[in-house]
Write a protein that binds this ligand. Structure first.
Ligand SMILES: [Zn+2]
Ligand SMILES: [Zn+2]
Length: 415
């Protein structure tokens, strides 16, 4: 593969948005060192913020359970107190979201019973089972059947254009929106009332199942069809982790959709296993997957605060087998996938929400950003032609190895 990989450098161009973001982050670091804002200053600042919010909490909690009040009132302790003294707003309409005083029972506009605000559903407890459907003429039941000569030839020939790729992204987006809409309706959620972490949890659950873990050092991981996340972390770290793991899910989903199109087959656990195998059998694809997730994370949070450990580990392992140029091309492919994933996620996580994430980050974060690592980021992406070639390389090489690793595929499928 190395020879073909090198050829891809012909198709590279700069990702101006990413380099701009990194330049901005680096400029911030220079400014910060001028002001000599030491960690102590920062902690002091954080402490002040914490104290402020503590005062406010104590003020209002004496009167009314803070969470039981509508969000627009939560911001303003004084209004809150007068409302709570009147003991009025305790209900909401599950359909239109309007708030009602305790004495009301129905929303006459929507003709539904009102619910108690305090009974509002906890987003982290919702069990979702989001569906991404691809329907095709073929429904393969075994790895032997799907990896037959004819199908492998279809991969080698690769009749797949950038327009087909756009259609894949569109499909994924449309299904995610449908899943999201169902989740909100089924659980009678008032989206605007949610905080930023709850919103991100809900979006994530529109793509993939989310479960919680409270063991081990990992912040979270994605495995086959579920994201596991440690909810002992700060809100901003949970947001970062969800977006990172969601990127892993999406790169796998993109490959599944491409395979289903090429083979005109339905999506099932056989295709899903193949995509998972392709992304994990070799450091080459592991790095693409990891660099892409890492990059998406940076776009939605703040560059300089990402955890670089997962891909530096792979990078170190790769140095023996691959040249530095090869590794840079691998990152370039990861960057290009990251753009697609960003496009999918941005349709849900709009500009305001991205600002809310950054705000949450500045509230939680106590570590200084890692600017040294930032200087080493790769800001190159592939043009359309190069990207199609890269996808072809990944699938062609991956499926060739897969066809002689049936036992391994079966082990992955069982998980
Ligand atoms: Zn209503
Ligand atoms: Zn990762």
């Amino acid at each position: 593969m190395a020879g073909n990989l090198n050829e891809l450098s012909k198709y590279s161009m700069e990702d101006t948005e990413k380099s701009k973001l990194i330049k901005e982050a680096l400029n911030e670091s220079i400014k910060a060192s001028f002001i000599q804002c030491s960690k102590a200053d920062l902690s002091l600042e954080m402490k002040k913020i914490a104290e402020r919010s503590y005062d406010y909490d104590e003020d209002v909690c004496n009167e009314v359970e803070q969470d039981s009040l509508p969000g627009d009132l939560r911001e303003e302790p004084r209004i809150l107190r007068s409302v709570s003294l009147m003991g009025m707003i305790t209900k909401y309409c599950p359909k239109c979201g309007r708030k009602y005083p305790r004495r009301e029972n129905v929303c006459m506009d929507c003709l539904v019973h009102l619910k108690n605000i305090s009974d509002r559903i906890d987003v982290s407890e919702i069990q979702s089972n989001p569906q991404f459907i691809c329907n095709g003429q073929n429904d393969y039941k075994s790895f032997g059947e799907i990896l037959d000569k004819e199908n492998l030839l279809k991969i080698t020939d690769f009749d797949f254009t950038i327009d087909d790729y756009s259609a894949v992204l569109h499909d994924i987006k449309a299904q995610a929106f449908m899943n999201f809409d169902n989740l909100v309706k089924e659980n009678e959620i008032d989206f605007d009332e949610l905080d930023i972490l709850e919103k991100i949890i809900l979006f994530t659950k529109s793509f993939v199942k989310v479960d919680y873990k409270s063991y081990g050092g990992q912040l979270g991981y994605f495995e086959s069809d579920v994201i596991l996340i440690d909810d002992r972390q700060t809100k901003s770290l949970q947001i970062t982790t969800l977006i990172h793991e969601l990127s892993h899910f999406l790169i796998q989903e993109i490959l599944i959709h491409i395979l289903c199109r090429l083979w005109d087959c339905s999506r099932n656990s056989i295709v899903q296993t193949l995509a998972a195998f392709i992304l994990s059998y070799d450091d080459f694809t592991l790095l693409i997957d990891e660099y892409s997730a890492h990059n998406v994370e940076g776009r939605f949070t703040l560059f300089g605060f990402q955890d670089y450990s997962s891909f530096t580990l792979i990078e170190q392992r790769m140095k023996g087998e691959r040249t530095v140029d090869d590794i840079e091309i691998t990152k370039m492919i990861g960057n290009t996938f990251a753009l697609s994933i960003k496009e999918i996620l941005e349709s849900l996580i709009d500009k305001q929400l991205r600002e809310d994430i950054k705000e949450q980050f500045l509230k939680d974060v106590l570590d200084r950003p890692n600017y040294r690592a930032l200087e080493m980021e790769n800001c190159q992406i592939l043009n359309d032609g190069g990207f199609i070639k890269a996808i072809w390389l990944i699938l062609n090489e991956g499926l060739e190895v897969a066809s002689s690793s049936i036992d391994e595929l079966m082990a992955i499928q069982k998980k």
